[in-house]
Design a protein around this ligand. Structure first.
Ligand SMILES: [Zn+2]
Length: 267
């Protein structure tokens, strides 16, 4: 399996990326997608993806970084045109925090969606790449915006899903994939595991969101590390009544199809 969403450029992993990849491999985690939070960060993510054959990157602006704008999107355009950069994002809305306010988050989201549409329509390099969505307590606000963009729901993954079955159905009806982190393993977040249990086999992925959100039984450890996606996968497979090996090949197939990558089979 791979960790479909982590932040290897964050200070927790500075100078430690080879070690993290080696430790991941020891746990059967064959690689990672390192996710961008700002235009400058997208370039750093791409640098890692260009250095390590089992690291891929994304290009986008996280809603909680919206106050650092206004942004020049040129680095994002540069990154998405490269093969190693496999997705847009993470982009979206976060209502859990009131800072930055919605009035700053939303224009940054709309600016990115407009750019994606423009690149798709022009058929430029990077057209039609998938999109990693950050949605925290914002389903009713965000899904209509994504729908209005005209981009097909199938191109989105709602990453670090932390809501319940009702919101999962909203996302699935929209057509998107759902990706689960260690939060699904927490005893005080049972509704997240319920959502994971009802997510169709071809619509589910797993991730760490490292350095945050270490899963059970290592909850609270900082940093969360990419190898720990195997712990989340084990507990989600259990909740779904599936053998680990079956869950692993299913989520691998989903990640390969969705991100257009090939997962090395040696790990
Ligand atoms: Zn993230």
């Amino acid at each position: 399996m791979i960790d479909t969403h982590c932040h290897l450029t964050f200070p927790d992993f500075e100078g430690r990326v080879p070690e993290e990849l080696a430790e991941a491999a020891r746990h059967g985690v064959a690689g990672c997608i390192t996710i961008s939070t700002t235009p400058m960060n997208a370039l750093e993510c791409l640098r890692l993806a260009s250095t390590y054959p089992n690291v891929w990157s994304s290009a986008g602006i996280h809603p909680l970084y919206a106050a650092e704008g206004p942004f020049d999107l040129t680095p994002l355009r540069h990154c998405i045109a490269q093969d190693r950069c496999v997705a847009w994002g993470e982009l979206g809305l976060d209502n859990h925090y009131s800072d930055p306010p919605r009035s700053l988050q939303e224009p940054v989201l709309l600016q990115q969606l407009a750019m994606i549409r423009e690149i798709d329509k022009a058929g430029k390099a990077g057209a039609n790449k998938p999109i990693v969505v950050h949605c925290r307590e914002a389903f009713d606000d965000l899904i209509p915006i994504l729908q209005a963009s005209g981009i097909s729901g199938e191109r989105f993954v709602f990453h670090c899903f932390t809501a319940g079955p009702k919101e999962a159905r909203q996302v699935l009806d929209f057509g998107a994939m759902i990706s689960y982190t260690g939060v699904a393993t927490y005893n005080n977040a049972r509704e997240v595991m319920e959502a994971a249990a009802l997510t169709p086999a071809d619509r589910i992925m797993v991730e760490t969101d490292a350095p945050y959100l270490s899963p059970q039984p290592v909850r609270g450890q900082r940093p969360c590390r990419p190898w720990m996606v195997s712990l989340t996968a084990k507990l989600v497979a259990e909740a779904r009544g599936e053998a680990y090996e079956d869950f692993e090949s299913m989520t691998d197939a989903n990640a390969e199809r969705f991100f257009g990558i090939e997962i090395p089979k040696n790990a």
